[in-house]
Design a protein around this ligand. Structure first.
Ligand SMILES: Cc1cc2nc3c(=O)[nH]c(=O)nc-3n(C[C@H](O)[C@H](O)[C@H](O)COP(=O)(O)OP(=O)(O)OC[C@H]3O[C@@H](n4cnc5c(N)ncnc54)[C@H](O)[C@@H]3O)c2cc1C
Length: 426
């Protein structure tokens, strides 16, 4: 992706703090550094860490990473099997696993519209060497609140320390603390009643157990009622990453609070019980998930704004969404690309920072919230197969082009719109 304007080093007159060093916070630090913008990163954990699972990145996410100067490093840390086409094949989860819909053959995407899967720790390996001076990183710094004075913001940490910055970027994930500085104490976080059981299974074991479905090449989605399973090959195709979703639709979304950790070990029996009656290949896969981890899947209610004053939210802090279109991290990278382009613009300085953030919000809030809503809709489609209106003949109507608006989005067009809004582009 070409930069909209020259990326010469700039010396800005404002100090930036990023709270949270996950995928989006780190990408933001690297993106800002390319513009010569100094930032400090405050991470609650004692080190940067990512769970040992895969994450799918669509063509839009890759374009954003390219614009941030991160794509080459990410691809260098991605194995060949994960660079294969990411377009999903939908299969019935019950009976003989009949094909329901193939995004590969039914869409107009070509190989140029590439998406990849990456092992999350490999993303860290790609990005960490690109971080500026290690002195900008501060570990064991859990933000507890942000307070504003007329001159700057004070970020307060659990260890009693504070840090002052002119601009605070909240990248502290779906359970964000910084979000309160933007939306106050409004309750926006909801448990979706969906659990995701995750694990890794050797391909050869599945073959030995007599699986008929070819798991080795495609991203597969076994669909059914109240449940669906996504699988894709990683590590040169020899390991299959499995995520089995199960939803309790007997209670309204948002009515159940998850107390305790959102990721917990689960018994295999619990998983097998929830999938009782599903087809033979599904049961072969699930029987190999001997010690699954259970994730409680949450979503944000769409935020009305991602910014307030000189505090801006990015990534899951702004739009934590269900993973049913594999687009949460991609939306975070889009935030980062737009924000870095605007903050790095030669005209941006401390006197107009609030207007710049409003321009960021104007393009990012509607776009990311659209993806958030579509992700919820995708979950409903995948977990309604077999219900009235979701029969075999109806599924194409529901699924056709569901990724197109996400994957084919013109992100540079958004940057230009924001610049026009600021009066900085003819
Ligand atoms: C099961 C599942 C599958 C998914 N699959 C995909 C996929 O295929 N494709 C995709 O694009 N997305 C996917 N996602 C979504 C994706 O994982 C997230 O969108 C992405 O990780 C968000 O990154 P982030 O940096 O915004 O937040 P996080 O990754 O949550 O990082 C937040 C960071 O902030 C730190 N932190 C938290 N609180 C504080 C605090 N108070 N002070 C300081 N630091 C703090 C945390 O320690 C962490 O390092 C999936 C999500 C799930 C749950």
């Amino acid at each position: 992706m070409a930069s909209v304007y020259t990326t010469e080093k700039s010396n800005k007159d404002f100090r930036v703090a990023i709270v949270g060093g996950g995928m989006t916070g780190l990408a933001c630090a690297v993106g800002l550094a390319r513009f010569g913008i100094h930032c400090d990163i405050f991470e609650a954990a004692p080190k940067f860490d990512e769970v040992g699972a895969g994450v799918g990145l669509g063509p839009n996410a890759l374009r954003a990473l390219e614009g941030l100067g991160l794509l080459d490093a990410v691809l260098a840390n991605t194995d060949e099997a994960q660079k294969a086409a990411r377009r999903m094949l939908y299969i019935s989860g019950i009976g003989d696993h009949e094909q329901v819909y193939d995004y590969e053959t039914c869409s107009t995407f070509t190989d140029a519209d590439r998406g990849i899967g990456i092992f999350r720790p490999a993303f860290l390996s790609a990005v960490l060497p690109l971080l500026p001076d290690p002195k900008v990183t501060h570990f064991n710094k859990r933000c507890t609140s942000i307070s504003a004075s007329s001159a700057a913001y004070s970020i307060h940490f659990a260890d009693g320390s504070t840090h002052e910055a002119d601009l605070v970027i909240g990248a502290d994930g779906i359970r964000s603390t910084t979000r309160a500085a933007v939306v106050g104490d409004k309750k926006v976080l909801k448990f979706t009643n969906t659990s995701a059981y995750r694990g890794l299974v050797p391909l050869q074991t599945l073959i030995d157990e007599g699986i008929k479905t070819d798991m080795s090449k495609r991203v597969l989605n076994f669909v059914g009622i109240d449940k669906h399973i996504i699988s894709f090959p990683i590590r040169s195709g020899q390991i299959i990453n499995v995520v089995a979703f199960a939803t309790d639709n007997s209670v309204p979304v948002g009515s159940v609070e998850v107390n305790g950790p959102w990721v917990q070990p689960a018994s295999q029996q619990e998983l097998l019980d929830r999938y009782e009656g599903w087809g033979p290949d599904v049961m072969i896969i699930l029987k190999q998930l001997k010690t699954p981890n259970k994730w409680y899947i949450h979503t944000l209610a769409p935020l009305e704004t991602f910014v307030k004053g000189k505090v801006a939210l990015i990534g899951d802090a702004a739009h934590g969404m269900v993973p049913h279109l594999g687009s949460g991290a991609g939306q975070g990278f889009e935030d980062v690309y737009v924000l870095c382009q605007l903050l790095g613009h030669p005209a941006t300085n401390i006197s107009n920072l609030e207007d710049v953030l409003k321009a960021y919000d104007a393009v990012r809030q509607p776009r990311a919230n659209m993806v958030l809503s579509e992700s919820l809709r995708s979950g409903v489609i995948c977990e309604s197969f077999g219900l009235p209106g979701y029969g075999m003949d109806d599924m194409e109507g529901h699924l056709a082009n569901i990724w197109d608006p996400i994957w084919r989005h013109d992100l540079d067009g958004d940057v230009l719109s924001a610049l026009v809004r600021l009066g900085w582009s003819s």
